[in-house]
Ligand binder design. Structure first.
Ligand SMILES: Cc1ncc(COP(=O)(O)O)c(C=O)c1O
Length: 427
């Protein structure tokens, strides 16, 4: 009966009864001694197993088609075949892509350091020369982007994430009027955590920002989930570089992706794409840092994935594993919280997360309750710069890693905690 009740319409007496039942249920969960974790945005074991065949592919293939001995130093840009694959994923020609080691985050970090201290096109373009600079952060967003800015002392300015991407009216207004804004973080496809895909109009407006921004503006286009569709015929993300070429802003764009959540997380290959002019400057950092990337791993990936079609086929296998997990989260939310006025959520069609917004002021409390019942959730505020969710309402759920049975149990607890916190707040 109580599941059909709406928080707004319930009488005080009904709420009190409801609270008692929920508290009882909650204590039962506590007594179960659960140890579940919904914080980890990482592939599950079954997904990782899909890439096991990659091992062994290198036999007799350690000299590349052009005669390069891949076991030796050198080739700072990465091997041509891997750059081509990255280019297909990012929508760029091979000449505008470099392929490096395991992590796109490392490339983003290095690019930000490069732009900050050394200048994306030489010393006189370094952001550090301009005193305090700022970056736009669509929120909720990815905590590690925020970490990079925080470390460099780049002030983050929040803009609201809407269903079709960042609020572009606000973005354009800020960029036009504040020349200290040096860039913006974007996760254009299955954004972390809301799962939205930027619309064609948003992509073009972002591509055009370089025309109204101050000098040395860079859009950090983190396409981490470019291949991570859950369903067939996914919504298409427009090619942002095509728009940049149209607007003459191709130097304002830095694209990244990796195979971390395609093959092996932490043992994949990563890509950074940008104009050749930008690459020429960025290459100087790579050359100081390294005598060349792990070309054997790049070759292994190319032999395994082959081309864009090969990546798509492989990602279909991931999708078959992930669809039931996302469906389970959705069912629990709809059955346990639908129409009750206790929060809202997104039903993403790809990516790694489900973003839940509680009644304002309750996220930290829900996370505390879940934690004390043995279900670990991403800390409150993690999806906002400086760990500060001004409305204390966003909770990021990560359903990929737990096995289905654990996810089922964790979601039951989560729903109970949302109900309990919401009913108590209303009382
Ligand atoms: C938006 C986003 N970008 C980048 C990454 C990390 O990618 P990589 O493993 O290539 O560093 C993640 C990981 O969860 C992510 O969510």
């Amino acid at each position: 009966m109580e599941l059909l009740m709406n928080l707004e319409n319930a009488s005080i007496l009904e709420l009190k009864n409801w609270e008692q039942k929920l508290a009882l249920q909650y204590r039962e969960y506590q007594d179960d001694g659960l140890k579940l974790d919904l914080t980890r945005g990482k592939p599950g074991t079954e997904q990782l197993n899909l890439a096991d065949e990659m091992e062994g592919l290198l036999k007799d293939k350690m000299i590349s088609a052009n005669g390069t001995d891949l076991r030796n130093y050198g080739g700072i840009d990465g091997i041509s075949e891997a750059r081509k694959l990255g280019g297909e994923m990012l929508g760029l020609p091979e000449t505008e892509v470099i392929c490096q080691d395991n992590s796109s985050l490392a490339l983003m970090y290095l690019y930000m350091l490069h732009a900050f201290y050394h200048g994306s096109q030489g010393m006189d373009t370094a952001w550090a020369r301009e005193g305090e600079v700022k970056f736009l952060t669509p929120v909720p967003g990815y905590d590690r982007h925020f970490g990079i800015c925080e470390e460099l002392g780049i002030r983050m300015v929040n803009v609201k994430m809407l269903d079709d991407g960042p609020d572009m009216d606000a973005v354009e207004d800020l960029v036009r009027n504040d020349k200290k804004i040096k860039g913006m973080w974007c996760v254009p496809k299955y954004s972390n955590p809301t799962g939205c895909i930027y619309s064609d109009q948003v992509v073009e407006r972002i591509a055009a920002l370089g025309k109204i921004a101050g000098p040395n503006f860079r859009v950090m286009w983190d396409n981490a989930y470019v291949m991570h569709d859950l369903f067939e015929n996914p919504v298409k993300l427009e090619n942002v570089m095509d728009f940049c070429r149209k607007h003459g802003t191709e130097h304002n764009l830095i694209l990244t992706a990796s195979t971390s959540k395609i093959t092996c997380a932490g043992a994949g290959i990563s890509f950074l794409g940008t104009s050749e002019k930008n690459l020429k400057h960025f290459r100087k950092r790579l050359e100081v840092m390294s005598i060349g990337p792990n070309k054997l791993n790049q070759q292994r990936h190319v032999l395994f994935l082959k081309n864009l079609e090969g990546v798509r086929e492989h990602m279909n296998k991931h999708a078959n594993i992930l669809r039931p997990k996302f469906a389970m989260v959705r069912e629990h939310l709809e059955e346990g919280l639908g129409g009750m006025g206790m929060g809202s959520w997104h039903n993403p069609e790809g990516g790694y997360f489900v973003s839940f917004d509680s009644i304002p002021g309750l996220a930290a409390e829900i996370i505390r309750l879940a934690g004390e019942a043995g279900v670990k959730l991403t800390p409150a505020g993690a999806t906002f710069p400086y760990g500060n969710d001004p409305e204390d309402k966003n909770i990021r759920l990560a359903p990929t890693f737990p096995v289905v049975e654990d996810l089922d149990q964790a979601m039951k607890v989560f729903v109970t905690c949302v109900q309990l916190a919401s009913v108590r707040a209303r009382l």
